[in-house]
Design a protein around this ligand. Structure first.
Ligand SMILES: O=C(O)CCC(=O)C(=O)O
Ligand SMILES: [Fe+2]
Length: 297
């Protein structure tokens, strides 16, 4: 005979399959004690964003330590640990312009022909739960306003791609990112969720090229071993970093130890309605994104 369960027993028994996590509100994710951004018209908001804008303009990066509260950070880390088996492995040899092919018309030691190996693991926004603290942070209007003031944009908009707006970028033992310029966005924003045991340093060569001068000779020198003008950007767990990666070479040194280096990566846009290119998404997020992109086309 099949036992008949009372409705209460059924609820109790089905409980473990449900997600026990509810989204933390923005004030429990962002450390408003150190970063009082709850009123965007306040003097505190203006002086805080002015201070960070000055730093960003002067050094091409700015670090906001203890930006996310410890409980929210731990929740994000646990969620990402549970999803890491779904991450797309980006493993390739590429030049600092993110191209994978050499240009035979250029000399072998030209920066476009210097290919460096990179290995990272990417979880797109489609895989992160709706209650992720990373999404709460990204989609809070005040957060977007704070970033706009720091980067000097009149207004910023959410990226509307299925994969791109909020990502978790992870580095396992032996992983690293190679020297590169970010190609698309005028600034990049990352959040250190979990630091590795050793290595995984974020290194930068600020303003080595400009919008209208590639400075190939300088870039070539910088890519050679022993180049000295490298800034190591110190970041503790919980620190937010906004940097201008378009004209500043940067990389993450090799990670060692069994602890994943985990970053939240956030993409705000200068105009509304921006979506990603399906081909680019396929390289970054894997073939699953391509088959989904095809399915909706
Ligand atoms: O993992 C990092 O700290 C930097 C990642 C990076 O270079 C980027 O998101 O453009
Ligand atoms: Fe980058």
């Amino acid at each position: 005979m099949t036992p008949v369960l009372s409705p209460v027993t059924e609820i109790i028994m089905s409980e473990p399959t449900r997600s026990p996590v509810t989204a933390l509100p923005p004030q429990e994710v962002i450390n408003l004690d150190n970063y009082p951004i709850q009123d965007v018209d306040s003097l505190e908001f203006k002086s805080l964003t002015r201070r960070f804008k000055e730093k960003l303009d002067a050094q091409q990066y700015v670090v906001l330590p203890d930006f996310i509260r410890p409980t929210a950070r731990e929740q994000a880390v646990r969620q990402i640990e549970g999803l890491i088996h779904l991450a797309n492995h980006n493993c390739s040899d590429r030049n600092c312009y993110l191209q994978r092919k050499r240009d035979p018309a250029l000399p072998p030691d030209h920066p476009r022909n210097i290919l460096l190996s990179a290995s990272t693991w990417m979880l797109g926004a489609n895989l992160l739960p709706d209650e992720s603290p990373l999404k709460t942070l990204y989609y809070w209007e005040n957060m977007k306003r704070m970033v706009a003031s720091i980067v000097g944009a009149p207004e910023l908009f959410f990226n509307e791609d299925e994969y791109q707006p909020v990502n978790a970028l992870c580095y396992k033992e032996g992983d690293r990112s190679a020297w590169h310029f970010d190609s698309v966005n005028a600034f990049t924003m990352t959040l250190m969720l979990q630091a590795p045991e050793r290595g995984g340093d974020f290194e930068m060569i600020p303003n080595i090229r400009s919008d209208d001068d590639q400075m190939y000779h300088q870039v070539q020198k910088a890519l050679a071993p022993g180049y000295e003008n490298v800034v190591r950007v110190g970041r503790e767990e919980g620190a937010l970093c906004i940097f201008r990666g378009c004209n500043s070479l940067h990389r993450v040194s090799e990670v060692s130890g069994s602890t994943l280096r985990m970053m939240g990566v956030f993409v705000y846009e200068n105009e509304p309605g921006v979506k990603g290119d399906p081909e680019v998404n396929e390289t970054v997020y894997g073939s699953r994104s391509a088959s989904q992109a095809t399915a909706v086309m």
